[in-house]
Design a protein around this ligand. Sequence first.
Ligand code: DIR
Ligand code: MN
Ligand code: MN
Ligand code: MN
Length: 322
Amino acid sequence: KELFLIGVPFAGGQASTEQPRKGLEKGPASLRQHGLVNNITKLGFTVSDFGELEVPLTDTENHNYITSGTTLKNSLECGTVAHKLSEEVAKATKQGKISLTIGGDHSIAVGTVYGHATVRKNSCLLWIDAHMDINTPSTSLSGNIHGMPLSFLIKGVPEFAQPPGYEWCSPCLSPKDVAYIGLRDIEPQEREICDELGIAAYTIDDIDKVGIGEVIQKALETINPRGDRPIHVSYDIDSLDPKEAPSTGTPVKGGLTLDEGIYIAQMVAETGCLSAIDMVEFNPAIGSEEEVTRTAMNTMELINILLGKKSHLTEAPLPPVD
Ligand code: DIR
Ligand code: MN
Ligand code: MN
Ligand code: MN
């Protein structure tokens, strides 16, 4: 079992002048300090470790790109990082490795999903997030590209002018190839796009109603009905409740419990189809030392479970509906 590990110390997709959000680029280094590589090795993987992708600085307002809708922040930088990343992920995928990409902000998923899907043409995508991340450069209210990655990747999203840095990229997934879990902070225009396309979208309310067991089962049946498609999991750590993952830039209360997060990871692992993982939006500059450690450990536990570690839920019944 071979795993390609790549850190992307990049936060340009969550550009903010707010001091508290700085530090997202330190996520990969922090996870490594907390023992990431050792953990993965213990699970029986040979790790081919790329180290950290070289990324441009984004502490300037000079590269903003004005669209008819809003001011896109760091468009050229986000697009360039995603492009380089897509090539590394494509290479690793061709070599038959599972790729694990550590962010950084969620804009990098444009690169990972594109790179993986262009090699594994039959792949599907599970997007675990509090947010839909399907704003287009024209519908975004924030101009932050981490709220837009899926608009670059999914066919049929309302058209928009290709922003600087994204000339290499075109939609590579159909709406039926994608499912969301964990949603609870959805903007109306995102809901409209998602409903129009008919993307399977499971919110926290759905989980509270029917339980995580049924939700993950339905999500996997939608995107991988015969169990023969490579699965890409894009895991935004803000999908977890802020109690479990406080060190993140856009926390939203009422999130997944750690057990629910683990259960999703374990059900994906048990398909045997997992082929690419993104783990994003962990910001070690947010919160107390204890909160950073808690977030790092929970983030790593999700990675471990995705990669086949058995959780304490193994012999237990489904986590109850709360
Ligand atoms: C918001 C926030 N929907 C935006 N998105 C976040 O900026 O488009 N995604 N925080 O993780
Ligand atoms: Mn996200
Ligand atoms: Mn999010
Ligand atoms: Mn709940």
